[in-house]
Structures are given as structure tokens and as C-alpha cells.
Design a protein around this ligand. Structure first.
Ligand code: DGL
Length: 268
């Protein structure tokens, strides 16, 4: 890794990983970020491990070839299903979102009972369950597939989204998990509805955002002693489908306008 300004590759299935990028920019502004959104092939959350691995490794190669000295796999599904394959396929350090999220979730739970909400594929992999169990936590995972399209629709403070979240979370906080005291957001899209989720969960529950915990790990690895102190990030965006849609939706996830996006065609 360079001692000056690091170049960090950030990968996601689409727009959601921009929530992770947003946190990284906040903590480590003095860096160059290359963000790759595989918008032509999203969602990953309903795909098999084999397919997600193939797509994610291809994107990781692209980022490495474009100068990334560290890769952040911002997509929870790709982190859960393909982290080992990605690590084996590149020559730079790779940070996923599951371990940082599990660490923060375990630290935050006094009762050692944690619920994780995520996509269907992430839940089927049990990556969060295993990571939390290793940390002495009793965990329960709950797939919330309808939340991704609702967030992409921009319904982040909508009564339909609140009702859907209520149904999922009532199921999650049941069967011995009524007293779970932490909810880990194991999907890139959920930080956008954190205020809504906070209204829906029982009052004693703390919400842990894996975007925030991952950014903290990246800052630590880069030995940023005073996170967020100074600097202006260099931002480059790559997407595999409509540039216009990436700019439009992406701005909501990143919290700032996205000026230039390069369209990329990846060979299978
Ligand atoms: N980025 C995915 C995740 O965090 C959500 C969207 C998708 O299914 O591709 O799991």
C-alpha cells in the first residue's frame, strides 16, 4: 500500500454499496475511491453462491487492474458468499462487510442475542450466524427481500415500507428472540431506512449498521489516526448498466450528486 494517498476499490452489486462508500468518505476523505456497481446483473441477493462468486471475482479483477490497492466488498451478499473466492483471485487485501458488522453487533449486545436482517442469499449462507456464534452470540437471521426494491423505489419513509418492515421484524423478534437487543443491518440498502426501522423495533434494540463498522475497519487498516480530519476524496464510478440510472439512484445512496460514471462491459 502506498504511504501517500491510498486507492481503494469498492465493489457492490449496484447502488447499495454507496452507503459503505459514503461512510468511508466520512472517515477517510483523503483517498481515491474506485466504485464498481454491477447494475446489469443485480440483484445478487436472490442468486446462487456460484453465480455471485463468478460475478464478484470478475469485478474484483477489474478494480485491481484499475489500480486498487485494497478492495472493500461493500455488498453483503458477495461478502457472505464469495469473500474466499475473491481473496483467492486478487493480490491486494480484501475487506468484507460481514466480519465488521458481526464484531460491532457482538460488542453492542448485552444480552448476547442478536438479529440480523439481510437478503435471501446472505441468510442462506449463514455467514452472519456463524460469525456471531464465533463471538459467543446467539443469533437469528431474517431475510427481508422486499426491502431492497422498496428502498430503490425511494420509499424510505413510506407507510408501505413501514408495514413490510413491521411484518418481517415481528417474525424476527419472536420464538425466544423477543429480548434480542441488537439488530444488525446486513444489507447495503437498509441504512437508508434506519430511522424507519428504529421506529419499528422494540425500544430497547440498538441498530448496528455494517456500513459504519466496515468504514471503521478500513480507517484502522489504513492507520488513519484522526478519521475524517481532512482531504478531498477522488471519486471514480464504474457501472455495468445505465449511467443515467446510476447517477439518479446512486445520488440518494451516496448523499451527494454523482457526476461522471463510466459504463463497463465485463466478459463472463
Ligand atoms: N448489495 C446487496 C447486499 O448488500 C443488496 C442488493 C442485491 O441483492 O444485489 O446484500
Amino acid at each position: 500500500m502506498t504511504q501517500t494517498r491510498p486507492c481503494i476499490g469498492v465493489f457492490d452489486s449496484g447502488f447499495g454499496g454507496l452507503t459503505v462508500l459514503r461512510e468511508m468518505i466520512r472517515l477517510v476523505p483523503d483517498a481515491d475511491y474506485h466504485y464498481f456497481g454491477d447494475t446489469a446483473r443485480l440483484p445478487y441477493g436472490s442468486k446462487s453462491a456460484e453465480t455471485v462468486s463468478r460475478y464478484a471475482v470478475g469485478a474484483a479483477h477489474f478494480l485491481e487492474q484499475h489500480g486498487a490497492e485494497m478492495l472493500v466488498i461493500a455488498c453483503n451478499t458477495a461478502s457472505a458468499l464469495a469473500l474466499d473466492s475473491i481473496r483467492a483471485g486478487v493480490h491486494v487485501p480484501v475487506v468484507g462487510v460481514v466480519e465488521p458488522g458481526a464484531d460491532r453487533g457482538a460488542d453492542a449486545s448485552r444480552d448476547k442475542k442478536v438479529i440480523v436482517v439481510a437478503t435471501e442469499a446472505t441468510v442462506s449462507s449463514h455467514a452472519y450466524l456463524k460469525a456471531l456464534q464465533c463471538r459467543g452470540i446467539e443469533a437469528k437471521e431474517k431475510a427481508c427481500p422486499l426491502l431492497v426494491p422498496l428502498v430503490e423505489e425511494g420509499w424510505i419513509d413510506h407507510k408501505i415500507t413501514e408495514e413490510v418492515a413491521r411484518i418481517y421484524l415481528e417474525e424476527a423478534f419472536s420464538d425466544g428472540f423477543q429480548r434480542a437487543d441488537v439488530l444488525v443491518l446486513g444489507c447495503t440498502h437498509y441504512p437508508l431506512i434506519k430511522p424507519l426501522l428504529q421506529r419499528v423495533v422494540p425500544q430497547h434494540v440498538a441498530i448496528v449498521d455494517s456500513a459504519e463498522s466496515t468504514a471503521a475497519v478500513v480507517a484502522q487498516k489504513l492507520r488513519v489516526s484522526e478519521p475524517g480530519k481532512e482531504g478531498k476524496p477522488g471519486l471514480q464510478f464504474f457501472a455495468t448498466d445505465s449511467v443515467e440510472k446510476f447517477q439518479r439512484l446512486g445520488a440518494r445512496f451516496l448523499g451527494q450528486p454523482i457526476e461522471k460514471v463510466q459504463l463497463v462491459k465485463l466478459s463472463e
